[in-house]
Ligand binder design. Structure first.
Ligand code: TRP
Length: 373
């Protein structure tokens, strides 16, 4: 049971951006390359994306391939990592159904992610749903229960290590509770997963280019992994910095300054030697900026060079994979086969533990035959 199994995934609701990159993708590639695991799975959570995009299946479908290309271009290697699509693994739906009996409605309502997203998406209070019978206003049961489905995603593969952003913490906590409850009732069957967060606090939640708390497609404040250097240049040049830093000579503030938060997430000492030899490390640059005399444009140009250094190989790999889209689908198809096999093995154990493995259980049949003899 001590083997390390890494699993994580993303909803295909848009292209992935540099917030995803520092929050999780970069970590995954490092884990892949460290190689100290027995299995690693990375999947596209299309079924979960559908829980609040029921009327937009085309959006989900388009973004499955976008996310797959993002995965491959950041350097996830299908030889080392199983890449698959959630909906193609029916065992996950089956396990979700069994898990529904391990969780109370009240516990789901307390899940902060569900609670926040309900407010965000205008689902509000369940009591308010009233007679509103349309899917837009009311809360879809599938959306409400997606923490349960996420627990199934994780446990079906016996994942020990789940690299995700901080926002997924409540999901992992709920998964651990489900595992404990299941094992408590049916005996040791499932594995408790551990969350793996990015080390650097700037990486936990990268702000948007406008300085707002989160990169989000709807705010138009994202830098996408798949955008060109020219598109990114425009965004960096119009980035939010410090509204009090009007003249170069004014003292600047690094706190809440998106350019410096991005530098915290991407910059290391080597970048100064390469692109700004006047300083030797970020702390020195910050001190000079705070004292006054460092212009925002200079900082932005520095950031742009660092981002281009990191993103250029990603853009180049994406171009290569884009030339053979059928091959990308083939990678996913093969990954789904591997994933189904793994989930199938766990489900066989689950059915056995739950005593619903009627046809595999010769003893049961003999016992019943005796009882009725
Ligand atoms: N909820 C995750 C997100 O919003 C996606 C996801 C679904 C996931 N199932 C998972 C992540 C299991 C890690 C493990 O991106």
């Amino acid at each position: 049971m001590s083997e390390k199994i890494i699993l994580t995934g993303d909803r295909p609701t848009g292209r992935l951006h540099i917030g995803h990159y520092v929050g999780s993708l970069r970590n995954r590639v490092a884990l892949q390359n460290a190689g100290d695991y027995s299995k690693m799975f990375v999947f596209i959570a299309d079924a979960q994306a559908l829980t609040d995009n029921i009327d937009n299946p085309e959006k989900v479908r388009q973004n499955v391939i976008e996310v797959a290309l993002d995965y491959l271009s950041v350097g996830l290697d299908p030889e080392k990592v199983t890449l698959f699509i959630q909906s193609q693994i029916p065992e996950l739906t089956e396990l979700t159904f069994y898990f529904m009996d391990m969780v109370t409605v009240a516990r789901l309502q307390r899940n902060p992610t569900v609670k926040n997203e309900m407010i965000l998406r205008g689902f509000h209070d369940m009591a308010e749903e009233g007679e509103a019978n349309d899917n837009k206003k009311g809360l879809p049961v599938g959306f409400f229960t997606y923490p349960i489905s996420q627990a199934a995603d994780i446990t079906a593969f016996k994942a020990t290590t789940v690299p995700v952003g901080e926002d997924q913490k409540p999901m992992l906590e709920q998964t651990v509770e489900i595992v404990r409850r299941f094992n408590g009732i049916y005996g040791e069957t499932l594995v408790e997963p551990q969350i793996l967060l990015p080390g650097n606090s700037a990486c936990l939640r990268l702000p948007g280019t406008d300085g707002k708390a989160k990169m989000s497609k709807s705010l138009g404040n994202c830098i996408y992994l798949s955008e060109t250097a020219e598109e990114m240049h425009k965004k960096i040049m119009s980035m939010y910095t410090d509204p009090l830093h009007l003249n170069v000579s004014d003292p600047g503030h690094v706190e809440g300054n998106a350019v410096f938060t991005y530098l915290d997430a991407f910059c290391d000492d080597s970048h100064f030697g390469l692109y700004w030899p006047e300083f030797s490390c970020l702390d020195e640059l910050k001190a000079a900026y705070t004292a006054g005399g460092i212009g925002d444009v200079k900082c932005k140009k520095f950031l742009e060079k660092i981002l281009n250094q990191e993103l250029e190989p990603i853009r180049a790999r994406r171009k290569e994979f884009e030339k053979d889209i059928p091959a990308v689908y083939e990678i996913l198809r093969k990954g789904c086969e591997v994933a189904r096999q793994a989930a199938g093995e766990t489900l066989a154990e689950v059915r056995k533990a739950m005593k619903i493995n009627y046809f595999d259980d010769a003893d049961l049949i003999a016992e019943q035959a005796k009882r009725f003899a």
